[in-house]
Design a protein around this ligand. Structure first.
Ligand SMILES: [Mg+2]
Length: 135
């Protein structure tokens, strides 16, 4: 899966323009997702030096992204078109419902139940299915 990951408030505490403290297990989770062949795109409003600091923060902890603020490494950023990227999933603290903890995110993505048993790949129940399902 292609997973776009925000930085401030998602991987680190929201302290922009500073780099906040790492949110527990964020970096470790990214590494585990990469180990499972997921492609991670860093998707942040940071640019220039502030972006470099974020990239370096992750790199020094062992995470290198497939692409940064773009869809693929070779993409040339064109200001005249939308910056929307195409990912299968976005992990962002501004999600409706906020940011779940990283253990939960990992389990959801790789399909583990609460005992760590593999059940399935992520399935997104829509709101109604969730409201009316028996489990
Ligand atoms: Mg954020």
């Amino acid at each position: 899966m292609i997973i776009a990951v925000d930085f401030d408030g998602t991987l680190v505490e929201q302290k922009y323009p500073k780099v906040g403290k790492e949110i527990p297990f964020a970096i470790e989770t990214l590494k585990m997702l990469q180990a499972k062949q997921h492609r991670l795109i860093l998707w942040t409003y940071r640019a220039g030096d502030k972006l470099d600091e974020a990239v370096e923060f992750c790199k020094s902890r062992g995470v290198e992204f497939y692409a940064i603020n773009k869809n693929y490494p070779e993409e040339i950023f064109d200001e005249s078109i939308s910056r929307k990227i195409k990912a299968d999933m976005y992990i962002d603290d501004m999600n409706y419902g906020g940011l779940p903890d990283w253990g939960e995110i990992y389990a959801d993505i790789v399909g583990l139940d609460s005992n760590g048993v593999q059940v399935s790949q992520i399935k997104r129940k829509n709101g109604f299915a969730r409201l009316f399902s028996k489990d």
